[in-house]
Design a protein around this ligand. Structure first.
Ligand code: USQ
Length: 404
């Protein structure tokens, strides 16, 4: 297949591009390199040293003999160029990762909120409108998030995207299927909720074939392809805005920084290893919906864990100290989470679960590049409200709190 990977320079986009190229697909990365610009804005860098996208593609060609093409294009701002690109290249599938993906970044200031909505919603809508206009019947696979469901305890498993409900009508009860009600916990998660409505409309109105992947929190760093050469290494975020919880704990353990648990650590979240992410994309591509069908929604996660349990697991493994910090986010202190992921299992996903070996691999990578870490960028200081900001500002590293 000819596959466009929009956002193919990012944390999941890059290993996905390598994985698909390795399978023999013709891969075209379309990216505006915004993630690299955000590093510059924030004054942080990936823990792992990343080469330019052109250099990464050159090394891949040298390693595998396969070409990954790179196209510099801003999906959200260059609509006419996007249309032209689609007409020129006529992809069979488009994988859409091209969105600002960090909840804390999206909550930093009003400017970051505006940027995140502007970038993410326009990127998605421009793509949908351009597919219709150019008449290209590509299967669109979008990287969504488990966070669209929200994190209140519901006491029932979260289905894959849709919920069967019964409503009262004058002629009795009527059953219907609705999109699971969204309850985003950040502006970033809100944009992915808005995306769902855009997909629903374009699938129903124009017969676009769309798959939306509700992905959990990714952990790990290497995949089979990024291990093949030092310069194919994946990016790896550790800072308070872009680092995600389990990877952050592992990096913190590697550099002797107390593990930063927000609040009670009773938040339960869904997780998936990076190797399974790329495999899920492959599986989703093999199971495209037909024109006229509803959007296909998968829960792209393999297990759930409570944040404090993860901290204690990492602490036991490494001897790290665990510290409970004032939570910069507005989120439930404690929640349960049961998630259905039957569709990927039935397509043949054999989940990688938390294993000491893979956790240790992350710690080893972090130790190798520890000299690149700026410890002052480890605390998460982006606060969800002005009131929370005052509290977090006083004690960003929880020094006044007792370590547990
Ligand atoms: N947390 C800590 N300590 C930390 C960092 C996070 O306790 O040092 C807590 C947070 O307060 C939160 C949980 O861990 O309760 C998860 O935070 P996270 O930063 O790992 O994940 P999140 O902000 O939800 O976002 C990440 C990705 C996003 C993806 C999402 C999947 O950045 O792109 O969509 O995970 S999900 O969480 O399932 O919605």
């Amino acid at each position: 297949m000819r596959i466009a990977v929009l956002g193919g320079d990012g944390f999941v986009g890059w290993p996905t591009s390598l994985h698909l190229s390795n399978l023999g697909h013709e891969v075209h990365i379309v990216d505006n390199l915004s993630r690299r610009w955000i590093d510059t804005e924030l004054g942080v860098q990936s823990l792992t040293p990343m080469d330019s996208i052109q250099e990464r593609c050159r090394i891949w060609k040298q390693e595998s003999g396969n070409t990954i093409h790179f196209h510099l294009l801003n999906l959200a701002k260059e609509y006419e160029r996007l249309k032209q690109w689609l007409s020129d290249h006529k992809p069979d599938a488009v994988i859409h990762f091209a969105e600002q993906r960090a909840a804390p970044y999206s909550m930093k200031t009003d400017r970051h909120k505006v940027y995140t909505v502007d970038n993410n919603v326009n990127a998605t809508h421009n793509l949908l409108a351009a597919l219709v206009e150019t008449g290209i019947d590509a299967h669109l696979v979008h990287l969504g998030t488990m966070g669209v469901y929200g994190y209140s305890s519901v006491g029932a498993p979260i289905p894959e995207g849709y919920l069967d409900v019964e409503i009262d009508t004058p002629s009795g009860k009527k059953g219907m299927e609705i999109l699971y009600p969204t309850r985003p916990g950040s502006v970033y998660h809100m944009t992915k909720s808005l995306d769902q409505i855009l997909f629903q409309f374009y699938a129903q109105n124009d017969g676009l074939r769309i798959t939306d992947l509700h992905q959990g929190i990714v952990w790990g760093t290497h995949t089979d392809q990024t291990r093949r050469h030092e310069q194919l290494i994946n990016r790896f975020d550790y800072d308070g805005d872009y680092g995600t919880v389990l990877n952050r704990f592992l990096i913190q353990a590697a550099i002797g920084y107390p593990l930063t648990v927000h609040g009670t650590g009773g938040q339960t979240r869904a997780f998936i290893h990076i190797q399974d992410c790329v495999r899920c994309i492959e599986l989703a591509l093999s199971d495209a919906p037909k024109a006229g069908e509803r959007v296909k929604i998968f829960n792209q996660m393999t297990e759930t864990h409570r944040v404090r349990d993860l901290a204690h697991l990492v602490a036991r493994m490494t001897g790290a100290e665990v510290r409970m910090l004032p939570n910069p986010r507005k989120e439930a202190d404690e929640n349960d989470l049961i998630v259905k992921n039957d569709q990927f299992l039935s397509l043949g996903l054999n989940p990688i679960t938390l294993q000491e070996g893979l956790l240790a691999e992350v710690v080893d990578v972090a130790k190798k590049y520890a000299h690149r870490i700026d410890r002052s960028r480890v605390p998460a200081v982006s606060a969800w409200t002005k009131d929370i900001a005052k509290r977090v500002d006083h004690d960003p590293e929880g020094k006044k709190l007792k370590a547990v």
